[in-house]
Design a protein around this ligand. Structure first.
Ligand code: PLP
Length: 394
């Protein structure tokens, strides 16, 4: 009988991946399930990007290891993209390329956290932050948010202890679509610097902003806030490239050196083909990004009012970015006669054939997350099904 590590004893599979694989299994079994479980843009990777990867294969650029932290040309493309999008200038030795933003965040926790150190996370936030902190022997601390799901200096102050070391900001935020304004970020940033925290800003949804809202990142402040900030970014969401697995870190050279050493033992380089595709993505004219962004905006604007009308569902704040809606379902749970949002999620999957994720996975039970990275037709059908399901209990 095998014995396993204590470290991994409490790790549960990612709830979003779990619900999504169950939905995919049901679909394989011939059940017509609509999968709103995962943040996976449904567009094909733009052809020019895919072609760059095919060229890399045919020109023999795949039979060698690249540097573990990525090709220099990719780092240059990241530097240029960041300069254009953010107006912030990094050098290539401040960049590390990883297997998706997920690995970037994992590695950062390994490099930043000592046993018992606390990482402040918004409640709710992305499922993997908590588990990645545990895997670094750290302690995740879920910070209460205001009615718009935002952390504030006051709420941070309540969660802070002398062991607090890192603050994760994710704007726009998964699972709520919350976007922080420049002033809000300045207040949070100043508070974090006053408390000697490292800020990790997860900007993975930074290009998916809707209805004329404006994205701002803490790395854009001059001086002490940006100096305390590490940026995580990636191409999965904005370029519809989830399967290619490219993300990156931008931060102080000293940090990047540690990250690179760790990566050299952990993953080695991300797939060379994917890196060539990423260069093409970042250097492209960004028109594909803007087309997809517009499509998501249309979906949000279509599905948001429909979902608001579903009996028992409450959404107080219209999402401003990312790919998700996060309705409160306390009333719906009462109507259906279930005691947890997990049970409601089960019922929606088995009876309405719509896959969504339990808010508990993000630290906030009593809510569910729906991804609108699906076609307009599927989204409308999904809401019709959920509506039909809830109408049984009126
Ligand atoms: N950060 C957030 C907030 C996410 O929602 C996700 C993906 O769902 C990631 C990071 C990871 O993205 P990647 O595909 O680059 O690993």
């Amino acid at each position: 009988i095998m014995k396993f590590s204590n470290r991994t004893a409490q790790i549960t599979p990612s709830a979003t991946i779990k619900v999504s694989s169950k939905a995919k299994q049901m679909i394989r079994n011939g059940i017509d399930v609509i999968n709103l479980g995962i943040g996976e843009p449904d567009f094909a990777t733009p052809t020019a990007i895919a072609d760059a990867a095919i060229d890399a294969i045919h020109s023999g650029k795949t039979s060698f290891y690249t540097p573990a932290s990525g090709l220099l040309t990719l780092k240059q493309a990241i530097v240029e993209r960041t300069q254009r999008d953010y107006g912030v200038v990094y050098t290539t030795d401040q960049i590390s390329v990883t297997n998706g933003a997920k690995t970037a965040l994992y590695v950062l926790m390994q490099v930043l956290i000592n046993p018992g150190d606390e990482v402040l996370l918004p409640k709710p936030s992305w499922v993997s932050y908590q588990q990645q902190v545990y895997l670094a022997d750290g302690q995740p601390v879920m910070v209460d948010t205001d009615r718009n799901f935002k952390i504030t200096p006051d709420l941070l102050e309540q969660a802070y202890t002398s062991r607090s070391k890192v603050l994760v900001i994710n704007s726009p935020q998964n699972p709520t679509g919350t976007l922080y304004s420049k002033n809000e970020l300045r207040a949070i940033g100043n508070w974090a610097v006053d408390h000697n925290l490292v800020i990790v800003t997860d900007d993975i949804y930074g290009k998916l902003i809707y209805n004329n809202n404006r994205f701002y990142s803490p790395v854009q402040f001059e001086g002490r806030i940006s100096e305390a900030t590490i940026m995580v970014n990636g191409i999965s969401k904005a370029y519809s490239m989830t399967g290619w697995r490219i993300g990156y870190i931008a931060g102080p050279q000293e940090l990047i050196q540690r990250v690179n050493s760790l990566l050299s033992h952990m993953t080695g380089n991300p797939a060379a083909v994917s890196q060539y595709a990423a260069i093409a993505a970042l250097q492209s004219d960004q028109q594909a990004v803007s087309r997809m962004r517009q499509a998501f905006e249309k979906r949000l604007n279509t599905i948001y009012p429909l979902l608001q009308k579903v009996p028992g569902f409450e959404i107080t704040q219209k999402p401003q970015g990312a790919l998700y809606l996060f309705p409160k379902v306390a009333v719906a749970m009462k109507m259906v006669g279930v005691t947890s949002s997990a049970q409601l999620v089960e019922r929606l999957l088995n009876e309405a054939h719509v896959a969504v994720v339990d808010g508990a996975a993000f630290g906030l039970p009593g809510y569910i997350r729906l991804s609108y990275a699906a076609s307009l037709t599927d989204l409308k059908t999904a809401v019709t099904r959920i509506n039909g399901f809830m109408n049984h209990y009126l």
